[in-house]
Structure formats: C-alpha cells, structure tokens
Design a protein around this ligand. Sequence first.
Ligand code: DLL
Length: 434
Amino acid sequence: MWNPEMETLPRSELEKIQADRLRKAVARVYHNVPFYREKLDQAGIKPEDIKSVKDLRRLPFTTKQDLRDNYPFKLFSVPQDEVVRIHASSGTTGKMTVVGYTKGDLAVWAEVMARTLGCGGVTNRDIVQIAYGYGLFTGGLGVHYGAERIGATVIPISGGNTKRQLQIMQDFGSTALACTPSYALYMAESAPEQGISLGDLRLKVGFFGAEPWSNNMRKEIEAVWNIKAIDIFGLSEIIGPGVSSECLEQNGLHVWEDHFIPEIIDPATGEVLPYGEKGELVFTCITKEALPLIRYRTRDISILYPEPCLCGRTHMRMNRVLGRTDDMLIIRGVNVFPSQIESVLLEIGETEPHYQLIVDRDGNLDDLEIWVEVSAELFSDEVRKLEELGAKIKREIMSTLGISARVKLVEPKTIPRSEGKAKRVVDRRDVYIR
Ligand code: DLL
C-alpha cells in the first residue's frame, strides 16, 4: 500500500475528514466562483448550512453543460497565475471540456495515482511503461506523476507505435503496463509477428481504464499476458485517472474518498439512491483548488459498496462502470458524442441529414464506420466526386475529433428510419457486460 494510514483509516475518521474538507470546499467555491454563488443563492443555501456529508444532497448538481457554458476557465476557483496545468477532453458538441490544476492539485493527483499503482503492487523497484496518450488527455501524465511519486522507473512512451512498445518492454524489462484495455489486447496480438513471446517478458501487472471493458476481456488480458489486470477509473473533470482503482482482490474499485465523495443517484429524478443500488455516479471534489466541482454528474452507471474489503482498505468501492446514461462512445480511448460527428457533417453540408455510426472491434481495435446518405444525383454522379466527399468527411472527423473513421456514402433511404428517436449508433462491441 502506498499510504497505509490513509487507505485503511476507520470510516468514522474518514467521514470526519470528509465533512471538514467539504465545508471548506463549498465555502471556497461560493466565494470564488460566480457560477456556484448564483446556484447556491438560488437554492437558498449558505456555505454555513453545509455541516456534514449528509448535507451534500442539498447542493445542486454540476453538469458537463455547465463546463461548456463556462468555457474555458470560468469555473476555475483560483486566479490564473496559480493554475500550472491545463488538460482537456472532448465535449458534447465541438467545444472541449477544459480542466485546470494548481501545484497543490498536481500533488494530490500524484498521491492518488501512487495509491492506484500501489493497489497493483507497484514499488520503486518496478519499471512502469506508460502507453496512455500524453498531451491534453489526462491518462499519460496522470499515471506518470504517480509512478514517479512512488519512485518507480518510468518509461513515458505514450500511445501507439506497437512494435517499439513491445521491443522496449522486452529490452528494458518493464514490469507494469498502463494503457487502455483494448490496446493491451492489440499489443498482445502483434507480439508473435515480432517473434516476442509474452510469457518470457517480466511484466506482472497492468493498469487499464479510460474506456469500458468487460470481465471477459479481463480474463483474456490476464491469460495472454500472464499478468494481473487492474481496472482504474477516472475522468478529467474530477482529476483524471486516480479517482478510483481496483486492488488485487479485483472486487470493485476503491474511491479515494478523502479527496472525492461519491454518490449514486437516480438519473431521472436526481434522488440519492442507497448503497448497493445501481444508478448514475456523482462526485464532489473536496480538496481540488483550481476546479473543485460540486456534485458532478458523470453519466457513468455504477453501484457503491461501503463494506470493508479483504485487502484492508476502508475506502468505499464502486462497481466497474456498467454503462452510460448518455450516448457518449469511447473509440480507441477518445470520447466521442454522435452530435459531434453530426456537426461535422452539417458543416460540410453536402450530405443528407441521415447518418449512422457503426462501431465494432476489428481484432482488438475499435473500428468506426460512418454511413451517410447522399442525394440521388450525387450518388449517380461520377465515382470521383463521391470519393472526394468521403475523403473530406474523413479528414474533417480526424481534425476535429482526432479519430480515424471509414466513411461510407450510401443511397437515399439506405439507413433504417425510426418513428421515434433516430438510432444513430450501432455498437457491436458489447463492452459493458459484467
Ligand atoms: O479517461 C481518465 C483516465 C485515464 C481513466 C486513464 C483511466 C485511465 P476522460 O477522457 O475524461 O478521462 O474520460 C472519462 O471515461 O466518464 C468513463 O465513461 C470512461 N472511463 C474511464 N475509466 C474507465 C473505466 C479518462 N475504468 C470517461 N471503465 C468516464 C469504464 C471508464 N469507463
């Protein structure tokens, strides 16, 4: 364990810490962020009304739309000269979700990531190969600072270049791998082509997250790599990776509750649900300085389990993510909303307003195909024109969303019509199975 004292703190003491930090966090946002002052005033709540964690449910929610409305920095709770880092992830319609960190936030992030890596047994004797993307995405740098905090040897290779990943893993003797679960499977599949035998590597543990994966996928990863596969969860708005992590018991993910308070709500009514019930995960940041979000609705579906864990950690566990309450897809680690693809198509304006996204796994890599209807005239026109339009859409999708997609232009009325909500997505990957 990285921080045994805090990770095994009796719940009564943990709750005292939470209450104290929650009070301070609410006062901080009330005084520093006009958005929160207005929201609390509207709800008739003063910071002094918040005395214990039970009072949390009186506070209003924060949503992704709120971040969008306050783009890019208006929800920040400190002056810009105290913000030392920015990250971002894709938002619902074009604009990014922007998050900021103070020096103190980076220290908290390194701490919770050190605990996360400690959950899988990483120490300063380990060599951690970080194959999450570096850059605006929180995966690479998040794991990086946690591994450095532990004193492990870090290989900041970032994502992609599979041949080099495998070569380095073999030559440098990496003992821990951090990447998306689908990339771990893809890497495994590529190893034989390079004459690398996974059984001969020193790898013993992997930290996989940033996208949904099933227990069957875990079994497959553990079997082909001969490692323990640990599920790690987080989202940029809360801190990045390091919100929660499985321990070696692999029976739910410990939420680092001295920094983030979890709740489960009924997504339709907003009512808080009892522990053990399935609903939408909501987090409150109680130590963040730059962007301390209050009751942030994640749209992720899970369950909370407060019972103690066999590993000795007292921090509550959440179920692996069971689904989403919105239509967000995660394609090769990138969050994609169908509405973003729709706005690219509308902007180009040379297609009909009927499209469908077909998401599948090609081997172990996500594959996105976009079907778009074009007018009968265009369809019966020269093939070259169609090809040009297809290439243009592909290029625009790549430049706005950063993902590659295959584009298939089809005749009018090819895409099934529906009487209610159009079925924009056909996802054949089955990743949310328990
Ligand atoms: O994906 C942070 C992260 C990086 C987590 C590396 C783990 C490892 P975002 O890009 O903001 O942040 O995406 C957050 O990804 O709301 C979930 O829907 C999904 N997600 C993240 N981890 C998991 C997981 C990072 N272990 C969104 N299982 C979240 C299922 C996950 N879904």
